[in-house]
Ligand binder design. Structure first.
Ligand code: NAP
Ligand code: MG
Length: 527
C-alpha cells in the first residue's frame, strides 16, 4: 500500500529556501520581547474547562538564567487528580459519540492556531527549557505535524470503522476500533510541546479523554496548548491539565482505577515503573511508553570524515545532548579514528554556548541541578578512567554564570563495556571507541539494552545494506551530516524504540500509532 503524501511544517527550512532567513529571526526576536513581558504570571490547573487553584505552587526559572522567573504554577495532588479523572470520565461518552469529522476539525483548527502563534510558542519554549531558536521552532513544528497527521489519518481511515459484509446469509457485520476511555498522558521536559501535544492528540483524536501532566520544568507551553485547544472548541473535560511532581500527580494518576491507559515519554526507570504499577493493579489497558536511548554511530574507513564529524557533533551536542536520540557512543574504524577524533575535538571547541534566545547559540543550558551534578560526576569519572579530550567543565564565569552551562565533552580510552558508554546520561557527552570492521561495529552497537536511534557513515553499498539489516534500532540513518541520530520528521521518519527504548514497537508519527489508543469490537446484527 502506498502511504499518502504529507507536508511537514518546516519553518526554518522554508525561510531558507525562500531566502528569508532574516524574516525568521526578526519574527522570533519580536516574539521573545512580547513573551518576556508576560513572564512571571500565575497559572492554575485546568480541570473540566475551569481554572483551578490549589493550596500549593511551584516556580519555574529560565535554565539559562535562573534569576529570570518563567512563572508560578499551581501544584496538584491526589485531590486534583481525582477531580480531573472524574471530569475526563464524565466527558468520555459524548466525546466518543462525536462524529469523526467534527472531532478531527477541532485538531485541525488547533493546528492552524498554532501555525499563527508559532513564534510566540517557540519563544516561550526557548525561555522555559533553554532550546535555541531553530530547535525550539522545530519542536513547535513537530507539534503542528502531529495534530495535522493524526487528525487526517483518523479521518482517512474513517475512524477505523468498516463494514465487513454478510459472511453468512442474514448476518450483517461491522468491524471497528473504539477508545478505551480515560488516558493519562505524562510528558518529559525535552520536547515539551511536540510530545505533550503528540501523545495527548493521539489519545483524544481516537476518542479518549485525557488527564495530562507536563514535566515539572516545562508547564508553560503545556498551558499554552491547552488554551489553544479551548479556542479550537474542545469540549470541557476532554483535556484536563494537572501540573505537579511525578510522585504527587503522576503516580496517583497512573494508579487511578478509572484511568484505562497511559501514554508516557520519559526515562526508562519511570516508564517501566508505570508499566509495573499497571500490572500489579491488574489493569489491562495499554502503557504506550517511549523511553531512553544510548545511540551508537559507526564511522567506516570509507566514510567522508568531515560529514561524519558534522553529523556526530550535531547529534551529540544539539540541545546539549538532552535528547533521547542524542548520539552517545561512536565506533570508528582504527585507520581513521585519529583523523575523526582530532576533527571532532576541534569542531566541538568552536561551539558557542549561550542564552537560548541568542541568534548564534548552539550549546543550551542543562535543565536542572540534578543534570548539572550528574555532569560533574561523569566527567570526573571519565578523567579517572579514560581521557577527556575536550570539555568536562561547568561554565561558572562571565555572562553564563547564572545558567546551568557546561562544556560539550569528548571522551576516549573508555572500554565499550564501561558504564559511561552503556548508560544514558542525557548530557553533552560522547565516547569514541575503535573497531576493526563493520562486524565489530554492529556487534558493539547492538550490545545495549536500548535500541532507539543509530547512525552509519560509509560509502560502501554492501556495508550500508548489511548495517540496515543487522543493526537493532528503531530509527536508522546513513550519512546524515545534519545529525547522525537526531531530528526525525512526522510521517516520513516515525519515532520509537526497540528493546528497552519503548514498550510497544509502534512509533509516534507513524501509520500504526493511533490504533494503540483503541480496542477492537466486531458487531453482528442478524436481520
Ligand atoms: P522523567 O524523569 O522520566 O520524567 C518524565 C515525566 O514523568 C515527567 O513528567 C515526570 O514528572 C514524570 N514522573 C516522574 N516520576 C513519575 C512517577 N513515579 N509516576 C508518574 N510520572 C512520573 O524524564 P525526563 O527527565 O523529563 O526526560 C528525559 C528522559 O526522557 C530520557 O530518559 C529520554 O531518553 C526520555 N525521552 C524519550 C523519548 C522517546 O521518544 N523515546 C523522547 C524524549 C525523551 P516530573 O517532571 O515532575 O519529575
Ligand atoms: Mg527527570
Amino acid at each position: 500500500m502506498q502511504p499518502r503524501e504529507y507536508d511537514n511544517e518546516l519553518t526554518y527550512l522554508t525561510h531558507q529556501q525562500s531566502d528569508d532567513v532574516e524574516g525568521f529571526h526578526q519574527a522570533y526576536e519580536e516574539a521573545v520581547e512580547s513573551v518576556e513581558a508576560s513572564l512571571g504570571e500565575s497559572h492554575p490547573l485546568r480541570i473540566d474547562g475551569e481554572a483551578v487553584e490549589t493550596g500549593d505552587s511551584f516556580t519555574v526559572t529560565d535554565p539559562g538564567d535562573q534569576t529570570v522567573e518563567i512563572g508560578e504554577f499551581a501544584a496538584g495532588g491526589e485531590q486534583e487528580v481525582e477531580a480531573a479523572v472524574s471530569a475526563a470520565k464524565a466527558a468520555s461518552p459524548d466525546w466518543e459519540a462525536l462524529d469523526v469529522e467534527s472531532r478531527v476539525e477541532i485538531f485541525q483548527d488547533a493546528a492552524d492556531i498554532m501555525r499563527d502563534r508559532k513564534y510566540e510558542l517557540a519563544a516561550a519554549l526557548s525561555l522555559e527549557n533553554g532550546k535555541n531558536r531553530t530547535e525550539a521552532m522545530a519542536d513547535v513544528d513537530e507539534a503542528i505535524d502531529f495534530l495535522d497527521f493524526y487528525s487526517s489519518e483518523f479521518e482517512r481511515s474513517n475512524g477505523y470503522e468498516f463494514d465487513t459484509g454478510e459472511p453468512t446469509p442474514g448476518q450483517h457485520t461491522t468491524n471497528l476500533l473504539r477508545p478505551y476511555g480515560v488516558f493519562a498522558v505524562i510528558s518529559p521536559f525535552n520536547f515539551p510541546m511536540a510530545l505533550f501535544v503528540g501523545m495527548s492528540a493521539g489519545a483524544m483524536v481516537t476518542g479518549n479523554t485525557v488527564v495530562a501532566k507536563p514535566a515539572s520544568t516545562t508547564p508553560l507551553v503545556a498551558q499554552k496548548y491547552a488554551s489553544i485547544l479551548e479556542e479550537a472548541g474542545l469540549p470541557d473535560g476532554v483535556l484536563n491539565v494537572v501540573m505537579g511532581g511525578g510522585s504527587d500527580v503522576g503516580q496517583p494518576l497512573v494508579e487511578h482505577e478509572d484511568v484505562s491507559g497511559v501514554a508516557f515519554t520519559g526515562s526508562r526507570e519511570v516508564g517501566l515503573h508505570i508499566q509495573e504499577t499497571f500490572m500489579e493493579l491488574g489493569k489491562r489497558g495499554p502503557v504506550i511508553a517511549e523511553l531512553g536511548g544510548k545511540n551508537p554511530v559507526i564511522v567506516s574507513d570509507t566514510a567522508d570524515i568531515d560529514e561524519a564529524v558534522e553529523g556526530v557533533k550535531n547529534g551529540a551536542f544539539s540541545f546539549s545532548g538532552q535528547k533521547c536520540s542524542a548520539t552517545s557512543r561512536v565506533y570508528v574504524y582504527e585507520d581513521v579514528i585519529d583523523e575523526f577524533t582530532d576533527k571532532l575535538v576541534a569542531e566541538t571547541e568552536e561551539l558557542t554556548a549561550g542564552p537560548a534566545t541568542d541568534r548564534d547559540t548552539f550549546i543550551s543550558p542543562l535543565i536542572n541541578d540534578s543534570a548539572l551534578e550528574h555532569y560533574q560526576e561523569i566527567t570526573e569519572q571519565a578523567r579517572a578512567d579514560g581521557s577527556v579530550l575536550t570539555g568536562g567543565e561547568v561554565i561558572t564565569e562571565g555572562d553564563l554564570a547564572d545558567g546551568r552551562f557546561v562544556e560539550p565533552t569528548v571522551v576516549t580510552d573508555i572500554p565499550h563495556e564501561h558504564d559511561l558508554a552503556r548508560e544514558e546520561h542525557f548530557l553533552p557527552f560522547v565516547t569514541i571507541h575503535p573497531v576493526s570492521d563493520l562486524e565489530e561495529g554492529i556487534e558493539k552497537s547492538n550490545d545495549s539494552e536500548y535500541g532507539l536511534c543509530a547512525g552509519l557513515f560509509s560509502t560502501d553499498e554492501d556495508e550500508i545494506d548489511q548495517w540496515f539489516d543487522e543493526v537493532e534500532s528503531g530509527m536508522c540513518y546513513v550519512n546524515r551530516n545534519q545529525s547522525a541520530t537526531t531530528g526525525a520528521l512526522v510521517q516520513a521518519q516515525p519515532f520509537g524504540g526497540w528493546k528497552f527504548s519503548g514498550t510497544t514497537g509502534k512509533f509516534a508519527g507513524g501509520y500504526w500509532y493511533l490504533q494503540q489508543f483503541m480496542r477492537e469490537q466486531s458487531r453482528t446484527r442478524v436481520e
